[in-house]
Ligand binder design. Sequence first.
Ligand SMILES: [Zn+2]
Length: 337
Amino acid sequence: MADDHNTRAADAPDAVLGLDIGGTKLAAGVVGPDGSVHSFLVTPTLVQEGVQAVLTRLFDLGRKAIDESGTDPRRIAATGIGCGGPLDPEAGVLLCPPHLPGWVDVPVTRLAEERYGLPAVLDNDATAAAAGEHRFGAGAGARHMLYLTLSTGVGGGIVIDGRTYRGAAGNGGELGHVTVDRNGRHCRGCGRTGCLEAYVSGTSIAERAREAVAEAEAAGRPTALTGCSPITAADVSREAAAGDPVATQVWVATTQALACGITSLVNLFEPELVVLGGGVTRAGEQLLAPVRRIVREQAMGPAARAVRISVARTGDRVGVVGAAAVAFERVVNGGAA
Ligand SMILES: [Zn+2]
């Protein structure tokens, strides 16, 4: 059922609605053309409730975000939706995202269009985050930019010549699945071995730390990580900074794996900027400084000199800001998808 704001102002819109469908949280917000966030709301996904109930609550949250934004609903131009893949961004269909069991071939943009009476677009959440960082954040003004989010998994997004790259079927840019060790750890995200994600996601850092603690305990070597239950990536960075040898070993392996993956990406794309987002980047320079040093040493000369590595700026609102960025890109700015 369409809401009551089908009559929109003819001049430039004030804002778009951004919706983010995560496995644990849904988020909605109204975002202006300069990236200013006029409203931002979050609620648990409760995925066990099923597609229809979750989407009803998502669209209700979006309606509330419009109400709370103080923006005239007639001046909201579009809805952007970000979600983990696989998905079909042209058709606006979620195919079978693993974080949303039971969501098969869900035509989410059509449902959003019916609910709000606005054009809607769908993109992979990491692609959307890359678009958000490029339009509004650390990547503003960059022509060639890569984005990696180091979170539960490792997502990626690519901007080439100022345009978001999506690949042949709209699911390209999976930078977390570049191989850093062909005979390495199992990757839960894609099933192969030795992917970057298997080393530098928050989940993988914690898992490697648990293994390192078990080894240390078996060898009678004390570690401060023994007191952390469950061990998180934040525990590892904190105890590494405090000089704990086991945490340091895990952290150094993390920065080396990340630098290895980024070096390959820098050689491939010769970007001027690599933006890192996600919870693991809260470690700041403890993560970035060694990665910058190794990439500078190991990437091919011109590419190594061209690249800067920075932390994302859109923060915890990246899902909504990214979804809004693709709505501006694909709807407001003339469908340059
Ligand atoms: Zn993988």
